[in-house]
Write a protein that binds this ligand. Structure first.
Ligand code: KIV
Ligand code: ZN
Length: 517
């Protein structure tokens, strides 16, 4: 059997930028969304759900910009079953090479009664109206019965049949609250295939949440039962416990072809880079033992395992690190390396920087090579990520001098450039981090509250770069900032400034009136 037969091709629909962004604290700005979308396209994702255009102006702009930039993947915009939502989504998608409108409404008794406060008949009519309206605008329409896994089967079948008749080419069945178990969810898909008379006119999709840790298992059970689109996110990001992790779905399909002879269009070698980028931008670290992309996913600790690996990698490795784009840490360059080699190395790591960004990154590389004996790939990734997230900042880091140690008070002398003007101050605090953050507050007064402060070493060794994540909250809006440096306090200061700059951008964006229904 040819694995690339269309009937065995599984469409990968990535919703990192929409459902993933709904993770508390995972908000991303426009540039960040475009960067992620670009890597998703390189990864070979078939459909990128770029946002929910009516939810905010920021979401609208993100869908519009991703639509302009992305050429080979389809770009989807989410819309409730309302004309104003669908119009807004269509407007945002106007520049897309392959636009898709994704419209949804709840179909479970619980959601219809308490959330929508609508009778099933009215919901059924809204499905016909919204899907036909969307289909008149856009050739590619996806429809989702929200809370589909807890919907009554007879009603669900009727809604799916009507949505297909109204023009939906993809029917996406969500396990919205992550309640299903694999056998049951597979049976639900099989039931739809058996009972909906026009089901062969649509692609069946699934969208599984991970509340019970079953999102990937449920998605795979659904594929086995006939689903041919899986909705997922990088690192399993998403509302509450997240969505099915793209990397796990794709690598399970690829590794277990004997049991699941289905193909995706994913270039798996881009997985590690996509995972790192999403983690850096959102500030959500990947747990070390996370499947496929965790730091320990390909590490072999015990003597017995190491011995087995030396004799035959297959003894303990079911897929190669290279297949997911993980190259063993290699010493890259020292302080004598030139621009040429630096540019070539960045290219190998997947970064194509413009001249100015390259120059800045090269300068910081030289500084790093002066301080740090060995410069590894991971160091360069952290350095470039740090450089890229910092473009267009109003508040810029200039210098920091800190007095730390057990004989307090700890003191921070900080110099910043705010809107192009150099400013400096000194602050004391309860520890060096507190002193540093107080100095920032003195130079740029604000009311944001610190919600998270996290430090992670990029490589091993005492001279490793520290990668710090800071989460700030202001009037219910949360942002994450990142900073990397061999000096943990400088990294902390950069991370705080990054978050603060994002908050300033967020303040300028006004959201439209709250959503109803
Ligand atoms: O979880 C869910 O039901 C959703 C829908 C909008 C597809 O995210
Ligand atoms: Zn969802």
């Amino acid at each position: 059997m040819n694995l690339m037969d269309d009937k065995n091709r599984v469409v990968i629909f990535d919703t990192t930028l929409r459902d993933g962004e709904q993770s508390p604290g995972a908000s991303m700005n426009l540039d960040e969304k475009v960067r992620i979308a670009t890597v998703l396209e390189e990864l070979g994702v078939d459909v990128i759900e770029a946002g929910f255009p009516i939810a905010s102006n920021g979401d609208f702009e993100a869908v519009a910009e991703v639509s302009r930039v992305i050429r080979s993947s389809a770009v989807a915009g989410l819309a409730r079953a309302a004309r104003k939502d669908i119009d807004r989504a269509w407007q945002a998608l106007s520049g897309a090479a392959r636009p898709r409108i994704h419209t949804f409404i709840s179909t479970s008794p619980l959601h219809m009664k308490f959330k929508l406060q609508m009778e099933p008949e009215a919901v059924h009519q809204a499905i016909i109206d919204s899907v036909s309206y969307a289909r008149n605008l856009c050739a590619d329409v996806e429809w989702s019965p929200e809370d589909g896994s807890r919907s009554e089967h007879d009603f669900l079948c009727r809604c799916v049949e009507s949505a297909i008749r109204a023009g939906a080419g993809t029917i996406n069945v969500p396990d919205t609250v992550g309640y299903a178990v694999p056998e049951e969810f597979g049976a639900l898909i099989a039931m739809l295939k058996n009972r909906v008379p026009n089901i062969d006119k649509a692609v069946i999709s699934v969208h599984c949440h991970n509340d019970l840790g079953l999102a990937v298992a449920n998605s795979l059970a659904a594929v086995d039962a006939g689903a041919r689109q899986v909705e997922c996110t990088i690192n399993g990001l998403g509302e509450r416990a997240g969505n099915a992790a793209l990397e796990e779905v794709v690598m399970a399909l690829r590794t277990r072809q004997d049991r699941m002879p289905y193909a995706t269009g994913i270039n798996t070698e881009v997985i590690t880079r996509a995972s790192r980028l999403v983690s850096t931008i959102t500030g959500f670290p990947v747990q070390p033992n996370k499947a496929i992309v965790g730091a320990n996913a390909f590490a072999h600790e015990s003597g017995i395992h190491q011995d087995g690996m030396l004799k035959h990698a297959g003894t303990y490795e079911i897929m190669t690190p290279e297949s997911v784009g993980l190259n063993r840490s290699t010493l890259v360059m020292g302080k004598h390396s030139g621009r040429h080699a630096f540019r070539a190395k960045l290219k190998e790591l997947g970064f194509e920087l413009g001249d100015n960004a390259l120059e800045d990154a090269f300068r910081r590389f030289k500084e790093l090579a002066d301080k740090k004996k060995d410069v590894f790939d991971e160091d360069l990734v952290a350095l470039v990520d740090d450089e890229v997230v910092r473009s267009n900042e109003r508040i810029r880091f200039v210098s920091l001098q800190v007095i730390a140690g057990s004989k307090g008070p700890q003191r921070a002398d900080l110099e910043l450039e705010i809107d192009g003007r150099a400013q400096a101050t000194t602050a004391t605090g309860d520890g060096p981090v507190d002193a540093t953050f107080k100095a920032i507050k003195a130079l740029f007064p604000h009311d944001a509250r610190l919600q998270l402060f996290q430090v992670h070493a990029v490589t091993a060794g005492t001279d490793a770069q520290a990668e710090v994540t800071v989460r700030l909250e202001e009037n219910g809006k949360t942002v994450n900032g990142q900073g990397a440096d061999t000096d943990t306090l400088v990294a902390a200061c950069r991370a705080y400034l990054h978050a603060l700059n994002k908050l300033l951008t967020k303040r300028q964006k006004t959201a439209p009136a709250a959503l109803t229904a």
